[in-house]
Each structure stands twice: as C-alpha cells, then as structure tokens.
Design a protein around this ligand. Structure first.
Ligand SMILES: C[S@@+](CC[C@H](N)C(=O)[O-])C[C@H]1O[C@@H](n2cnc3c(N)ncnc32)[C@H](O)[C@@H]1O
Length: 207
C-alpha cells in the first residue's frame, strides 16, 4: 500500500538565507511515495555545457511539488551555483511551497516577486506564476531546463505544446520530463525509465 501524503498549508516565518541549513531526509520522506525518494537520490550527474553558472528552470503544472526538481538539480548538476525556478500552475499557492521548505528544515528569505533559499550547494530563487502555461510560454524568456511531471494529459490538450517548449529552450538546454518529447529533435540522454510513473522518462539536450 502506498503511503499517504498530506499537504497542509501553514503560516511559516521567513527566517532568512542560511546556507548551513540542509534538507532533513526523514521529513522529506513524508512528501514522497514509498521508494520514490531513494530513486531520486540515486540520480547521476548529467554533463551540461551551459555557459552560465546561474540557470533557469521552467516547471509547468507544478502543483505542490517543490522537492522533485530540487533533488534533480542537486544530483544532476553539482557545478551549478545559482538557479532561478519559474513554477507555473493555474491553481495552487506560494504558501504551500514555503510550508514544505520550512517543514524540511530550509530557511528562506522573501525577495521581490519570490523567495530565496540555499538548497545544498545551490542558491535558489523561486517565482510562482499562477497562470495557464500556454499563455506563459507566449512571452517568457528562454530557459535552460524544462522540467515536467504528471502533466501528460494536460499537455495533450494543447496543440504543438512540446514544439513550443523546445523552441523556447536555450541551446544546450535540457528537457527532463516523465512523458513525451520523442519527436522534437532532442539528443537523448540515458536514464532509468522507472523515474517516470509512466515508464517513459525523457532527459534530452537541445543541440
Ligand atoms: C497531476 S497535477 C501534477 C502536479 C505536479 N507536477 C506533481 O507531479 O505532483 C497537474 C497540475 O497541472 C495544473 N495544470 C493543469 N492545466 C494547466 C495549465 N494549462 N497550465 C498550468 N497548470 C496547469 C493543475 O492545476 C495541477 O496542479
């Protein structure tokens, strides 16, 4: 039987940036099903050639999932120092992300339009955009990483969705998705297909 995950938004204080605070693994287990966390901790480094030490990541349909992309970044990009996360969802709340960070022992600071915190070796700035991703993609600047999880049904309703995502991705940028992206011309990187609940994990690079 899978464990039950409870998301309960709380009012939590912004205690400021503190690079000494590390995520508490036992607390993190409360936000993942069974062996999901163990699997993510086994992720290997992926070679990347971004010229910037600061990268941007787009995550549409993020729901309440702040931890999965952080674990990916921590594991696959040990040289990245700064990241800007753009999370987009038609519903949801920034307060839930703050609650989760607080609960797993991460201290954050408010900054203009978002929050900042240290996640392992990375200084993260997180922005949440309550918007339809189709609309967001119209005007957004290019990003280095596109991250997707459990968004297969939603994107199927949007014509040319994957092509638009690919077009906006920076050269050498990565797509990390648990479904699709087989036909847009990515250079595929071998990863464990079991990382996807659909068994079709895609990590690919735009040449
Ligand atoms: C199945 S949940 C996945 C949540 C998260 N990615 C995860 O793995 O836990 C899908 C999310 O997509 C959001 N969503 C659906 N259509 C959307 C759209 N067109 N633009 C942005 N978000 C959307 C929903 O509000 C929901 O939070």
């Amino acid at each position: 039987m899978p464990n039950l995950i409870i998301f309960e938004e709380k009012e939590v204080p912004a205690l400021g940036l503190n690079r000494e605070k590390k995520p508490d693994i036992e607390k993190m287990k409360e936000y993942f099903f069974d062996d999901e966390l163990e699997m993510l901790q086994g992720l290997q480094t992926i070679e990347h050639t971004f010229s910037a030490t600061e990268v941007s990541l787009l995550y549409p349909g993020c729901g309440t999932d702040i931890l999965t992309p952080l674990l990916y970044l921590e594991r696959i990009m040990p040289r990245i120092e700064r990241v800007k996360l753009h999370f987009v969802d038609t519903s949801g709340s920034f307060a839930m992300f703050k609650t989760i960070l607080y609960e797993v022992g991460i201290s954050f600071a408010e900054c203009e339009g978002g929050i900042q915190f240290h996640w392992q070796h990375i200084l993260v700035t997180l922005y949440f955009h309550q918007q339809n991703i189709a609309r967001f993609l119209h005007n957004c600047p290019e990003y280095h990483i596109y991250f997707e999880k459990c968004f297969r049904i939603m994107k199927d309703r949007m014509p040319e969705y994957e092509q638009v995502v690919f077009d906006r991705l920076a050269t050498s940028g990565l797509v990390i998705s648990d479904s699709g992206f087989l036909d847009v011309g990515l250079e595929k990187i071998e990863v464990d297909l079991k990382l996807s609940a659909y068994g079709e994990m895609m990590v690919g690079r735009k040449r």
